[in-house]
Design a binder for this molecule. Structure first.
Ligand SMILES: Cc1cc2nc3c(=O)[nH]c(=O)nc-3n(C[C@H](O)[C@H](O)[C@H](O)COP(=O)(O)O)c2cc1C
Length: 351
């Protein structure tokens, strides 16, 4: 198994990457602990404003001198008629009423992507990863001139090939098992739902840049399996979500720790973009009502107050409980303990 390529590129010791988890789940402390333990810690900067982005980068740098990465969302261009957007907002009225959330209609959603790129360069973050698409040619060139390692997210071989053609240094191949948002950008959601055991070897046969496998991997068995299939590292989200250092709401952690493999679904009712999470009342009621859903990120801001209030009320029924398909393997441990057990079971020890 040749792992040196990616590990050298990222200057890390073990083929283990903590997935960026935007929305407060991945914290600077979590990222620093994973990097300190020889993996790659990631900041999920997707929803952060420029100040918060800089603050998180600085906090990681203050906690570790090891490499870490920053993940950004490629902004979406959404065109939706005002009437349609209003319909999606009104469809949420019953939830606002139920939870006691005040109504305040606004479709503005700030996009800080360009400023975040500047901050990543200014702060000298060594690695930058992307989801929901690819950066522009100019952005790729600029970041490469600054020696920043660039990693894309793909859910099909076509997407991975495009990432390679555009000059990305590596690509996360995200299987259908994965928790959180789908990175699909060339295909429909259904087309992009390819299982990891199919995706990794097919991508490995057609793509020359290193592959990082993501989706349902929770322990060293999963890591060894994807390395066998042709990946050079594994990216784990749900496994780190239940760690002590994760910023996930305790209600979310508890839901994942007690969930089973058939309880997650892929839905766009929370954010307007398809994501995998634990089935709950909000998904059920939105589906039963066949409710209008605004595109990402408008729907995400529409449901923000509902999700926040549900969390405050310790009510998992109306929160977005992102989880991959392997929640039975989740554990309530520290990031260091998780890293230790992952490393202990690796077949390729890289020593
Ligand atoms: C709570 C949560 C938030 C996530 N947020 C992001 C994100 O901000 N950026 C990203 O590229 N991937 C994100 N992901 C997806 C992960 O990168 C990865 O594909 C996924 O966690 C792998 O599946 P697993 O959760 O079964 O390990 C998120 C996943 C979860 C569970």
């Amino acid at each position: 198994m040749v792992l040196a390529g990616l590990l050298d590129l990222l200057s890390i010791h073990y083929p283990i990457i903590q997935a960026p988890m935007a929305g407060g789940v991945s914290t600077p402390l979590l990222a620093a602990e994973v990097s300190e333990a020889g993996g790659l810690g990631m900041i999920g900067a997707g929803y952060l404003n420029p100040n918060e982005t800089r603050k998180q980068i600085r906090e990681v740098k203050s906690r570790t001198i090891k490499p870490f990465g920053v993940n950004l969302f490629i902004p979406e261009k959404t065109f939706w008629a005002e009437g349609e957007t209003r319909k999606a907002y009104d469809a949420l009225e019953a939830f606002r009423f139920k939870l006691g959330v005040e109504s305040s209609y606004s479709t503005s959603s700030a996009d800080h992507y360009k400023e975040q790129l500047e901050i990543i360069i200014e702060e000298g973050a060594p690695i930058c990863t992307f989801t929901f698409g690819l950066p522009s040619d100019e952005e790729i060139q600029l970041l490469k001139e600054k020696n920043i390692v660039l990693i894309a997210t793909a859910t099909t071989v076509e997407e991975a090939k495009l990432a390679e053609r555009k000059g990305m240094d590596a690509v996360v191949v995200q299987g259908s098992e994965a928790g959180g948002h789908r990175g699909t950008f060339l295909h429909t959601m259904e087309e992009g739902l390819v299982g990891l055991i199919s995706l990794v070897p097919q991508a490995a046969d057609r793509v020359n840049i290193p592959l990082i496998a993501a989706g349902g991997i929770m322990d060293s068995r999963g890591i060894n399996a994807v390395l066998c299939l042709g990946a050079q590292a594994a990216q784990l989200g749900t496994a780190f979500l239940t760690c002590k250092e994760s910023g996930a709401n305790p209600v979310h952690k508890k839901a994942v720790l007690s969930a089973t493999e058939e309880q997650t679904v892929v839905t766009k009712v929370f954010s307007g973009k398809y994501a995998r999470g634990i089935y709950n009342n909000f998904i059920k009621e939105m589906e039963e009502a066949d409710a209008a859903v605004a595109p990402f990120p408008i729907q995400n801001s529409f449901t923000g107050g509902i999700r926040k209030e549900a969390a405050r009320q310790n009510n998992p029924g109306y929160m977005s409980l992102w989880s991959g398909q392997s929640p039975r393997l989740s554990r309530d441990v520290s990031a260091f303990e998780l890293m230790q057990s992952l490393v202990a079971g690796l077949n390729c020890n890289n020593e």
